[in-house]
Design a protein around this ligand. Structure first.
Ligand code: FES
Length: 161
């Protein structure tokens, strides 16, 4: 069986097999999703807002709930696309505005320029640089050790689960 999901940012309706996760819909449409933790429910980079049809998705898992709690842009209709499976019709998804930064070097290359879109932290979802603002060295400082954080997070999770 196939279900339809509407992606608001690109006004596109996408079809996927029932019980597939929302992440596969996003990837199918070539949307820029980092999936930093490899779809394990541990980062913010597949965070989406469900505008309609929350009842047509699988329920929140404990892991998803825990991750969503640290995302500063989390709203009552937030979900992690890699964890939410599509079980019914009527799902409409919207992506948070901005680009997730996944490594120190991503920002290093941009220092001194203005952000073309908001730059977001991949674990907390916090906006590091607003659109149109200058990317400074102090922003660089705030993402120092980011690669390490993500690796550590993955190591911890494999111990827990
Ligand atoms: S890809 Fe990391 S939480 Fe979904």
């Amino acid at each position: 069986m196939v279900k339809r999901v509407r992606l608001d940012p690109i006004a596109q309706v996408s079809e996927i097999a029932t019980n597939s996760n929302l992440l596969s819909v996003l990837l199918q449409e070539d949307l820029n999703v980092l999936k930093e933790c490899g779809g394990r429910g541990l980062c913010a980079t597949c965070h989406v807002y469900v505008k309609e049809g929350m009842e047509s998705l699988s329920g929140l898992t404990k892991r998803e709930q825990r991750t969503l709690e640290v995302i500063t842009t989390c709203k009552p209709n937030s979900r992690l696309a890699c964890q939410a499976r599509v079980l019914g019709e009527g799902v409409v998804v919207e992506l948070p505005a901005g680009m997730y930064v996944n490594a120190f070097k991503d920002i290093e290359a941009l220092v001194g320029r203005r952000a073309e879109q908001p730059l977001l932290h991949p674990v907390t979802g916090i906006t590091l640089v607003q659109e149109g603002k200058l990317i400074t060295r102090s922003v660089l400082e705030s993402v120092k050790g980011l690669d390490f954080d993500i690796q550590q997070m993955l190591a911890q999770s494999s111990q827990e689960f």
